[in-house]
Ligand binder design. Structure first.
Ligand SMILES: Cc1cc2nc3c(=O)[nH]c(=O)nc-3n(C[C@H](O)[C@H](O)[C@H](O)COP(=O)(O)OP(=O)(O)OC[C@H]3O[C@@H](n4cnc5c(N)ncnc54)[C@H](O)[C@@H]3O)c2cc1C
Length: 289
């Protein structure tokens, strides 16, 4: 495994570096937990890694509150997501997903941006961010930013919509609809063992409930069930306007079937497609129990 490293110190230097490598082979490196595994298997010749870890830029590596959103920089680590009180209070689903990622040591370095840009169908932070209906802030080598919905960011197995001269700068999560809303928000991860394991199936849910018990907004996403993490739109629509404590058995099953309609899992070494669907149906029902 041999490659050159470039370590830009700020965003301006980063953009210049990307420009200078436009016609050459390069990759970004953040926490390196995915990248080094991949390069161990195969390192292209004359590869340069543009190291993001030395870069000092507040927005790229902090969590900031605006009136409409919470902006989370791409360089925020999983462990920071676990300990940040805003994430804990506003978006428990994201905190739980981060808490369940790998091990304490990996969480110290694994970044949100790295998880998103690996674009694994079982990416835990992706699944939570999708349930939260986040949007992606993408910067290009002219320092221009454009936004893309998280659903459009993922275009295939381990493929994102990023162009060669672009990188993920941050994600924006819309604030909950009402400050007084109660949250039913969590992350369910089924694996073959308790830690250091990618999901066999995962489900992220973030329901906002008003004082009368009515669901006023819903976000449901599933992981390891299709080529990309999927947002279960029709399952969300099914929930909105209904009372959280009044679902009949039939309605719970109808909801679980709607979630399942977004799944097209494969059979692999960790589980069969049939098993993944069974588990997904049961954990979906469980969200309403
Ligand atoms: C033992 C082990 C257990 C794991 N368990 C889990 C788990 O339970 N759940 C889970 O979801 N993942 C798991 N992972 C995968 C990994 O830790 C996460 O995906 C992590 O969040 C990746 O972040 P990173 O900063 O290390 O990314 P890196 O390895 O640095 O980068 C990953 C990819 O993203 C690109 N990239 C990084 N940042 C940017 C950016 N800002 N813009 C554009 N491209 C960028 C890189 O070029 C590379 O292609 C595990 C990995 C290991 C080794």
């Amino acid at each position: 495994m041999e490659f050159e490293i470039e370590s830009p110190k700020n965003i301006t230097e980063l953009c210049k570096t990307i420009k200078s490598y436009r016609s050459k082979s390069f990759r970004f490196g953040a926490g390196y937990t995915d990248l080094l595994m991949e390069l161990k298997k195969h390192t292209p010749r004359n590869l340069t890694v543009i190291n993001l870890a030395q870069l000092k830029d507040v927005s790229f590596s902090s969590i900031r509150s605006t009136t409409k959103n919470i902006q989370i920089g791409a360089m925020i680590t999983a462990s920071k997501l676990v300990t940040d009180t805003r994430i804990e209070q506003l978006f428990p689903v994201l905190q739980q997903a981060a808490h369940n990622l790998a091990s304490t040591q990996i969480r110290q370095v694994a970044t949100l941006g790295g998880n998103m840009c690996t674009a694994s169908p079982s990416g835990d932070l992706i699944c939570a961010a999708m349930a939260l209906q986040a949007s992606c802030e993408i910067m290009n080598d002219d320092k221009k930013i454009h936004n893309l919905s998280i659903q459009d960011f993922f275009i295939g197995v381990r493929k994102t919509a990023l162009k060669k001269n672009e990188f993920l700068f941050a994600i924006n999560i819309p604030r909950n609809k009402k400050r007084t809303a109660t949250l039913h928000s969590g992350f369910i991860k089924i694996g073959t063992r308790k830690s250091m394991e990618c999901s066999v199936v995962s489900l992220a849910f973030h329901l906002q409930i008003d004082k009368t018990g009515k669901i006023i907004d819903a976000g449901i996403a599933i992981g390891a069930s299709a080529p990309t993490v999927k947002f279960a739109q029709s399952a969300c629509q099914f929930l909105i306007g209904k009372k959280i404590n009044s679902f009949s058995e039939k309605e719970k099953e109808e909801f679980a079937n709607k979630v399942l309609s977004y799944a097209s899992p494969i059979s692999d070494i960790r589980a069969t497609a049939w098993y993944r669907k069974e588990v997904l149906f049961n954990i979906s029902k469980g969200v309403l129990e």
